[in-house]
Write a protein that binds this ligand. Structure first.
Ligand SMILES: Cc1ncc(COP(=O)(O)O)c(C=O)c1O
Length: 558
């Protein structure tokens, strides 16, 4: 009898263990189903492959015909490249000289300079089209380099420049004069902070505000608060989304440590919703609404333009529907929904992505333009989520400080920015905003297509990316032709063009003329040579072959 009972109990324990492991197996399966198939969706594999990827580069001869183009085309490319190189070295001489002097001691500059184009071409390009990464002034929608050349600015200063550089110069100055009496005193606040908080509460529709020094820190704090209040460990981010450079939100290449408490799920997918609805360890879901322009893809940069595979397409309704489904899943499971509006906040609508897509988040992070031209990161949130201590457990706190938080000068400039948004002029900025920028994109695309140029722009309001319509290994060259035509791009090249909203129709027409001229010159110089055997697939395959050959035969010549 006792034996039978023991056997039964053992069966019971065994059955329970089996059931538990089946459930856990199912969860693992669901998680892998919810990952995007790309490397961006598989952070660990991407990191391993990155460690395996060998360096090699093209010598001068191969540089001009790495796609198998015939001699005549290679010669045309070489002539165009040399012409561009001479133009750079004469027109940008002083700017290049000063940049080169600084480069050896500025690690950030070395990094950006190395990653402007795919690595196989990088050294040769740097040698002949050197970086000119210094400016002396800005005015209107233009910036001027150390040689006195004026460029139309389409860098948008990483998105900070929403209202035009002149506006921010004014807001920094006026803001500074309002807090000058207090100066750089930290700890106690300048009373201006109260007005900023009130305006931010109104804009975000949320109860409380905390101030930080960068967007990265705001995201760190939002995630920390979510973990504290839910007592759960994991954050969900969507494939390709950028949320700053802090470890937990950057689980793939670029972070030396694996991010063990991060799930990277497929954007706009039912499988991702299933994971969110069934896992018990998810504290928060982070959304960067900019992904609506290129769901599941990383920030587009010319250094990854191996072929013409870059795609973008913005479907506002589809993304709004997705956000609503996400909102419902988070509400159902008491998961904190965080909108990271560091980039898009104030750019899409006064009330940001929440207003633009018609979905409310529990916590929202802002940054960039909100500082009125000075460094900033802000979290707005529901009162219960923003609280950093527990009344009944005094030692259980959620710590967050920062020496420069709420710096009086930043509060002053922010106040100027926020108050401007309340004025009729501020309201006018958002009138038919999408209509204006969609029409500008359409017109430029029409001209590009009329001129049979294999390039198009895709936009989400004033945020644009350049896509390439024919297979090519040389699309990244366009950034150099654009610069020669007087357009200032950031180091990611044609991956992202960001317009400030003070661009007039005439300013934009000038940009469009230059864009078309640059693309036409590039085409004349033979970089977009076509061949029936040249496809995006064949390009990828040939690069892969080169890498494997290099790995197996380190001395192999290319
Ligand atoms: C969506 C988003 N979150 C966070 C950050 C990080 O902000 P910061 O560079 O101020 O640290 C950025 C910066 O580009 C961003 O675009």
């Amino acid at each position: 009898m006792a034996l039978a009972m023991t056997t039964l109990a053992l069966y019971g324990v065994g059955g329970a263990a089996l059931a538990t492991s089946l459930v856990s197996l199912r969860r693992r399966f669901e998680l892998s189903q919810a990952k995007h198939r790309s490397l961006a969706g598989h952070a660990r594999i991407a990191r391993r492959l990155a460690a395996f990827m060998p360096f090699y580069e093209y010598d001068e001869a191969r540089f001009f015909c790495s796609d198998g183009a015939p001699r005549e085309i290679a010669q045309r490319r070489r002539a165009g490249f040399e012409r561009l190189s001479t133009l750079y070295k004469t027109r940008f001489a002083e700017t290049i000289r000063r940049t080169a002097e600084a480069e050896a001691s500025i690690s950030d500059l070395q990094f950006t300079d190395a990653y402007r184009v795919p690595f196989q071409y990088s050294r040769y390009v740097r040698q002949h089209l050197p970086a000119a990464a210094m400016l002396q002034s800005s005015a209107g929608v233009t910036v001027t380099d150390l040689d006195g050349n004026r460029f139309y600015d389409v860098t948008g200063s990483y998105g900070v420049n929403l209202l035009g550089y002149d506006f921010y110069k004014g807001s920094i100055e006026r803001g500074a004069s309002r807090v000058r009496e207090l100066g750089p005193v930290l700890g106690p606040y300048h009373p201006l902070i109260v007005e900023n908080v009130e305006m931010l509460k109104e804009i975000s529709g949320l109860d409380e505000v905390s101030f930080h020094m960068s967007g990265t820190e705001a995201v760190m704090q939002a995630v920390r608060l979510a973990r504290y209040h839910t007592a759960r460990s994991h954050l969900v981010r969507f494939c390709g989304a950028y949320h700053g450079w802090w470890g937990d939100v950057q689980p793939g290449i670029g972070n030396p440590l694996p991010a063990r408490e991060t799930y990277t799920l497929r954007d706009m997918s039912e499988e991702a919703l299933r994971v969110i609805r069934t896992r018990h360890d998810i504290a928060c879901v982070l959304v960067n609404p900019l992904q609506a322009l290129h769901p599941n893809a990383s920030a587009p940069s010319d250094s990854s333009l191996l072929d013409s595979g870059r795609r973008a397409h913005f479907d506002k309704d589809a993304y709004a529907t997705w956000l609503k489904a996400l909102r419902a899943a988070c509400t159902e499971r008491n998961i904190v929904l965080i909108f990271d509006e560091v980039f898009v906040g104030f750019r899409l609508a006064k009330g940001g992505a929440q207003e633009y897509f018609g979905v409310r988040a529990d916590l929202v992070t802002y940054g960039k333009t909100l500082g009125g031209g000075l460094p900033i990161g802000v979290v707005c949130g529901r009162r219960d989520l923003m609280k950093r201590f527990r009344d009944d457990r005094p030692a259980d706190i959620c710590f967050a400080r920062g020496t420069f938080n709420s710096h009086p000068y930043v509060m002053g400039a922010m106040n100027e920015f926020l108050r401007h948004l309340q004025t009729p002029e501020g309201h006018a900025v958002y009138q038919d905003l999408d209509g204006i920028w969609n029409e500008r994109a359409r017109l430029l695309n029409q001209r590009l297509s009329e001129n049979a140029l294999p390039v198009e722009v895709v936009n989400m309001s004033s945020i644009w990316t350049v896509c390439y319509k024919e297979p090519s290994r040389y699309n990244w060259m366009l950034q150099y032709y654009l610069r020669a035509e007087g357009l200032a791009l950031s180091w990611i090249g044609t991956g992202r063009l960001i317009f400030s909203l003070d661009y007039t129709a005439a300013d934009f027409a000038a940009v469009a003329d230059r864009f078309v001229a640059a693309a036409a010159a590039m085409q004349r110089d033979g970089w977009w040579w076509r061949s029936p055997t040249l496809t995006n697939k064949s390009i990828k395959r040939s690069v892969l072959k080169e890498m494997i050959a290099r790995r197996l035969l380190p001395e192999h010549k290319h």
